[in-house]
Design a protein around this ligand. Structure first.
Ligand code: PLP
Length: 396
């Protein structure tokens, strides 16, 4: 039989030659500040496990208990096979945590964006999206028949232009969508200004809080809390896979929004829900966040310290105002080289990120500091970066 997939070999070769080929490391143990990767113990600067909850004993215990009681599989989608009381509990708890009337749990943050946008707007409507929004928003926008436009990154004036154009074109609903924290740069959307621009035009505002919850706001309640915008943001999308340390996604907002999504969000109707063990672990994560701000405070302390060390060493760490620390390197091949040497020579696992995740020529190593890192870990990491970068003549 002829190999009709052979053309993909050339494409892969192209990726390799451009330094854009992703090497995936193999983990032999749980997430944490240190990892067992490809047979070695390495310092972990890669994961979105902001608060160190991915292997927290209370989450693991909660998952165990749920596993015993509810088993492993959901049987079918929730609209057909019924919904676990655990899912109901998580939705109530998330709504309370976010300070909104209701929430709906979905399989992932990616899926939450895919399902929500097309459920809210269609033909005759308009959707307006920040140019640097996450891939799951970009794909979600592709699934709607609404007219689409893009506004310049984090630019409320350009957003206003786009809203006026949509209104002038006769759009019924206008939906504005932004990431809360932009995951590759670590900058925060000017949500207060976005809301101020959207309100007079009666545009809906949707924010993806994937890198904001567990990080921004009081005790990690997210970007809406950070800006004090309760009741003024219509749709909040979230993930349970980052600061919450588990798996799953959700949408939070008004009762009617959530009721509509239960009827019309296609991933809710056509894909099974996250398992009982996942949901129980998520509930334990919400418990922990509500009990204390200690982990969130430590995350910010650690991030501030690491950034100080990297700036002092002469690195360009971009425009981040959150714990995300991009070490800007320029060409993808250079970022891959630095990342490879950090791993091989220094036992530091810090992944290079290039096009299409970030624009060409803006490749970087994105360091993700967590609450679980010790000061010694951070010092060791910064020293490793400095040794490799000095050797390459990148810093003095
Ligand atoms: C990570 C991320 C997602 C996807 O979340 P998952 O739950 O991992 O699917 C969606 N949006 C943004 C902005 C993200 O950073």
């Amino acid at each position: 039989m002829p190999d009709r997939t052979a053309f993909l070999r050339d494409r892969l070769e192209e990726l390799r030659s451009q330094g854009l080929y992703n090497t995936i490391r193999h983990l032999q143990g749980p997430q944490g500040p240190w990892l067992d990767v490809d047979g070695r113990r390495v310092l972990n600067f890669c994961s979105n496990n902001y608060l160190g909850l991915a292997n927290h004993p209370r989450l693991v215990a909660a998952a165990h208990t749920a596993l015993e009681r509810f088993g492993v599989g959901p049987g079918a989608v929730r609209t057909i096979a019924g919904t676990l009381t655990l899912h109901d509990q998580l939705e109530e708890r998330l709504a309370r945590f976010k300070g909104v009337p209701a929430a709906i749990s979905l399989q992932s943050g990616f899926v939450a964006n895919l399902g929500t946008i097309a459920a809210l707007v269609g033909e005759g409507d308009a959707v307006i999206s920040d140019e640097l929004n996450h891939a799951s928003i970009v794909d979600g926008v592709r699934l709607t028949k609404a007219a689409r436009s893009i506004y310049r990154h984090a630019d409320p004036a350009d957003l206003e232009r786009a809203i006026r154009e949509a209104r002038a074109g006769g759009a019924r609903q206008v939906l504005v969508i932004t990431d809360g924290v932009f995951s590759m740069d670590g900058d925060v959307a000017p949500l207060d200004a976005i809301v101020a621009v959207a309100e007079p035009h009666e545009a809906l505002v949707m924010v993806d809080d994937a890198h904001g919850e567990g990080v921004l706001g009081r005790g990690g309640r997210g970007i809406v809390d950070h800006f004090g915008l309760h009741g003024r943001v219509d749709v909040e999308v979230g993930t349970m896979s980052k600061a919450f340390g588990v798996m799953g996604g959700y949408v939070a907002g008004s009762e009617v929004l959530v009721e509509w999504l239960r009827q019309r969000a296609r991933p809710f109707l056509f894909s099974s829900a996250v398992t009982a063990a996942d949901v129980a672990a998520c509930l334990a994560a919400v418990d922990l966040l509500e009990e204390s701000t200690e982990l969130v405070d430590r995350l910010w302390d650690n991030a501030r310290r690491f950034k100080e060390m990297m700036s002092a060493a002469g690195f360009d760490i971009g425009v981040s105002t959150t714990p995300i620390t991009p070490v800007m390197l320029g060409e993808a091949a250079l970022a891959q080289q630095v990342s490879g040497r950090l791993f091989d020579e220094e036992a530091v696992f810090a992944q290079a990120i290039g096009f299409p995740t970030v624009p060409r020529g803006k490749a970087r190593i994105r360091v993700m500091v967590s609450a679980a890192h010790s000061l010694e870990d951070l010092e060791r990491g910064a020293a490793a970066f400095t040794r490799v970068a000095r050797d390459l003549g990148l810093v003095p």
